[in-house]
Structures are given as C-alpha cells and as structure tokens.
Design a protein around this ligand. Structure first.
Ligand code: NIG
Ligand code: FE
Length: 382
C-alpha cells in the first residue's frame, strides 16, 4: 500500500534536493519516492497536507525519562537564587526506587506522548535514577519496550548509601549493575563532571560497558571542565553531551573526531546557566546535535521546538542549523542513518508544521505548531 502526501507548502529533506512544490510517497514505512508533485507516480492513497510544512521528525538523542516524582520546589528555589548541583538528582532517586514498574511506565508513556505531539519521532532515554541493580535494570527493561535507544546511566551520581565510597560504587556499576542492565541497553553513559564521576572513574565504567557490548556516550563539561571531552574522543563516544565549558583544544579534538557535540539549551535555561558556545563549535566543523535533555531536575521539557528557539535566540545558531541539529544531528549522535532526513529508503518519520516554513519553530516560541507526527508512515494521534 502506497500513500502520496501532497499539497505541502515547504519541505526540509536534509539532503541536497530542493523542491518548489514537494510531494512524497510512503510505502511499507519508508520513503518510496520524493520530488515535484507534478511528477509524482500513482499511489494507492492520498493525504492532503493542506499547505503545511514537512520536516524530518525530530531525533531527541538525550533524555532521562525513567523516573518518578517531581522537583518543582527545587526549580522554584533555583529561580530565586539557589545554585544547581548534581546532588539534586538524589531526590528523584528516592521516588524512583519506590515507584512500581507500572508507575514508571505510565510516567514514561506520558512523556513519550508529549514528545510525539511535539514532533519527536525517535527518542533516547537513559536510566540513572535507580542507582541500584534492581531499579536500573527494571528502568531499562521498561524503556526498551518503547525505544531501541536505551542508555545505561548507573553512573549518574554516587547514591547516598555509597557516600565517601565512590570507588566501591564504581565497582558495583561496572560489575553487577552492568550485567543486569546490559541486556536492555544499547548505550552506556557516565556523568563525568564536578559532583559526579571523575575522568578515571568514567573511563573505567565506559570501558567495562564497551566490553559488555554497549556503545559509549558521555555527559561532559556541563558544570565544569574536568577533561571529559578528551575522554569522549579517546573512547570514540558517539556523543559528548552538554559541552558548556570547553577549551580550544576540546573544540579541536571534537572537530577531528566522530564524536557529536550534543547541546542541551533546556538545561541552561532551567538552571539559569551560561549557554554553550554553539557558534564556535559549528564554525570549527564540529557536528552539533540539539536535544531536550528532558529530566525532572534541570530541563523538564519535551519540546524540541522550544530547544530550537533557545538555540536560535541564545546561542546564535541559525534556524536552518538548529533544525538540522535537532534532526540529522540527533541521528548522527545516535549513529543512525535511517532517520533524520527525508530521502528514498529512509524511515518515513516526519512532522507536519502548521506554518509556511520551519523558521516559525523559532519565530513563534512557546506555540506548538506541530499538527501531525508520522512514524514509519503512520500518523500518531494526539
Ligand atoms: O543532563 N547532568 C546530568 N544529568 C541531568 C540532570 C539530572 C537531574 O538534575 O535530575 C542533565 O542535565
Ligand atoms: Fe542529561
């Protein structure tokens, strides 16, 4: 069964192809044809997109959706002057450990529905609010039912019961916790920063993960520069995330690597911190992804459009660059080539914007202009 989508005001494909009057045909979940509407071959069905805009679905390559509880009070205190620290994570850990599987899955499903409504068609999610063998492994087992992009983040922070015994905790993460988590995870991540894990600990954990068949990514340089970028490049991490505090050497290292710099401006917004220097990264030739970092502490948003607006307004990224980073950039951060672009053979993941062009994503901040989201050619109902 083939379906023609036409009457499209404008379309961003993330390829060299540009169409004045675009149309596309979807068959078996993939793009079977894309081109000028006047040249479209016959199809079994037709969807009139009512002169709206089509973009590749957003690829959210960094989120923390496996949690329970709420930290609104912490946010409120922060907005009144309290500093953000990695320690806040522990509040969520207590609630997450107490939550049943059904509660964790209901919370995840609610956030995923929000993501779909905001045009996200692929999301990554990390564990990291269990910090014990059982909760980390059940968090990932639940997540794996909803996405193939699951990340073991047992090394998010050192939990209370291992206070002043971080090396013992690292041993637990590298051994029993990794063994229990690995069957449900594709990636391994470490929060390598002040108040979390140092470079040597991060290296040990990521190497253990690689040995267990997981691919590495890393939280790097959000709060301080303790050398995490160099480690990211050394281990060929798919992505180094946050990248707020960087030296010239860090930027050079990223530019000469396969590691994507994933920027998470929702975190700077919600912690009232300095934004990363996206311009410097892009101008140096670093591949930049944009992601929501959806989590209950530092960035409780599922809106990629909001992150695009922040990137454009606060980080001097052009609307076109921001859209690329939120789609193709995210795909590269997940080392995926089947998503992030609209071309023949790609998965038919796209979002329909009720606006004449993608620029409206940043131009109309705070307004959800996404009218429809298609995953593998199937409309996701709001
Ligand atoms: O990406 N940086 C570490 N992890 C999250 C924050 C998690 C939290 O505060 O609960 C982040 O911003
Ligand atoms: Fe994060």
């Amino acid at each position: 069964m083939s379906t023609l989508f036409n009457n499209i005001a404008s379309l961003v494909s993330n390829t060299d192809a540009h169409f004045a009057n675009p149309a596309l045909i979807v068959e078996e979940g993939k793009i079977a044809w894309i081109g000028e509407a006047s040249a479209a071959p016959a199809a079994d069905a037709r969807v009139d997109l009512q002169n709206k805009t089509v973009i590749p679905g957003f690829v959210d390559s960094h989120a923390h959706l496996m949690f329970a509880g709420d930290r609104a009070e912490e946010f409120s205190a922060r907005m009144q002057g309290q500093a953000y620290s990695a320690g806040g994570i522990k509040t969520t850990v207590a609630a997450t450990r107490e939550a049943s599987d059904a509660q964790l899955e209901a919370n995840l499903s609610r956030l995923v529905a929000e993501m779909h409504a905001s045009g996200i068609t692929t999301f990554e999610t990390k564990s990291g609010y269990g910090l014990d063998v059982e909760t980390e492994s059940r968090s990932l087992a639940i997540a794996a039912k909803h996405t193939s992009e699951t990340t073991f983040l047992g090394a998010h922070v050192v939990p209370q019961e291992f206070k002043d015994k971080s090396d013992e905790y690292v041993e637990l993460v590298k051994n029993q916790m990794l063994t229990a988590a690995a069957p449900h995870a594709k990636w391994i991540d470490v929060f390598c920063d002040r108040g979390a894990f140092n470079v040597d600990q991060a290296r040990e954990i990521l190497q253990a993960g690689i040995k267990a068949g997981l691919a590495p990514r890393i939280h790097a340089n959000q709060l301080e520069n303790i050398g995490a970028i160099q480690l990211a490049v050394e281990l060929d991490c798919a992505s180094a995330d946050h990248c707020t505090h960087l030296t010239h050497q860090d930027i050079d290292a990223l530019a000469n690597s396969n590691t994507v710099a994933t920027l998470l401006p929702g975190a700077e917004f919600s912690t009232r911190s300095r934004y990363p220097d996206a311009r410097k990264l892009i101008d140096a030739g670093v591949t930049v992804a944009l992601a929501t970092d959806c989590n209950p502490g530092s960035s409780y948003t599922t809106s990629m459009a909001f992150c695009i607006a922040l990137a454009v307004r606060e980080m001097h990224v052009s609307p076109a660059e921001a859209l690329w980073s939120a789609t193709m950039g995210g795909a590269k951060a997940l080392r995926r080539d089947d998503i992030g672009h609209l071309s023949v053979g790609a998965r038919a993941d796209f979002a329909v914007i009720d606006a004449p062009s993608y620029i409206h994503l940043a131009y109309r901040p705070g307004v959800n202009l996404i009218s429809d989201t298609y995953i593998a050619g199937r409309a996701i109902t709001k």
